[in-house]
Design a protein around this ligand. Sequence first.
Ligand code: GLU
Length: 431
Amino acid sequence: MGKPKRKVSKAENPFENSLKQLEAAQKIAKIEPSVYEILRTPQRILDVKIPVKLDSGKTKVFTGYRVQYSDARGPCKGGIRYHPSVSLDEVKALSSWMTWKCATVDLPYGGAKGGVICNPKAMSKTELERLSRGYMRAIARFIGPDIDIPAPDVYTTGEIMLWMVDEYSKIVGHYEPAVITGKPPDKGGSEGREEATGYGGAFIVREVVNHLNLNPKETTVAIQGFGNVGSNVAEALFNMGFKIVGLSDSTGGVYAKDGLDTTKIIPCKEEVGGTVLSCAHLGMMARAMHLDKVSNEQLLELPVDILIPAALENVITGKNAQKIKAKVIVELANGPTTPEADKILHKKGVFLVPDILANSGGVIGSYFEWIQNKKNEHWKKDDVLNRVDEILAKSFDAVLKTSQEHKVDMRTAALVLAMRRVADAIKKRGY
Ligand code: GLU
């Protein structure tokens, strides 16, 4: 008998949560019922089995998913996640959020997501390569540069994307870099793509502080998660003059009320493979500075102005929302806040920028990579990030206006905009 599966309660089921978010937005969007029914339903679900020969000589069969939620506005788009807790409901939710994300920032894409149940931290590089090529073989005939374009997500990298491009290219018989974004910049990827989600998050924080009239130098920030997204937003915000007082990764975190120089912590984490806990002292800005150890749960409740969840979903729930002290939350993870928590935070007057707007810098960067691949061009990093900034600033304004017009929170406003755009495409194309 295998290990008993942890039961996921309804409140934790990310797909149920994504549907609840849609329901709240539908009250304002008022999409006609037959089209709304389409908006609530993923278009295509792939469940694939991937046999992989492990280094030990044994074969293990992994399970992977690809959910193509909607192609109404263009090819499906969205990352591939490698994580032990991947589930079909999670991938369905993530594919729905990709659909609303691409529509919120008006990219010519639909939404999709992939996931493989595995623990990449416990696998060798060669095992990971075999798994990635196997997953690509399993989904290859359902994707393509004008059908569905994958990208990195939690625990997947540019190197993994390149193996997948290579496998896909062998199957179709020619090199096809535009089938996947998030490749290394010197191998068909775009400059700035890797930084785009975190930097995009920082551009959104800048829009929020302008809107609320805050002074960056007096504004404290805590960031949960120190992977690609967390470390890049930490770097960008530090360089913009914000006071980063809380940081964490999956092993725990620190609180330093005088502020940390995050640019000194990042190389230690990246090059030495350290953790936030083992590297944080390098970011101390004065010798007498004090660092407190905090858990990931405590980090969310720190006395800060801005809280940035940049790890996994369902971390802000009905249980801890009341205890959150931040006045602003910028969601760089996908789905970090449950609908129950959303209600509590809204009542408390917290200004929350939802994932589908706040973390869209990544997919905007992907869009620019895809264009460069199609045109055989290579743009400069500043050009890419400036274009990401332009789209984000415009989208932030549009969502803010919608939220003020209908007196709803920013998540509902973004969804209203996005659902109307997708519904319009469905109606005009004549599904
Ligand atoms: N995985 C990222 C996200 O959740 C990026 C997706 C993409 O670039 O297609 O937005």
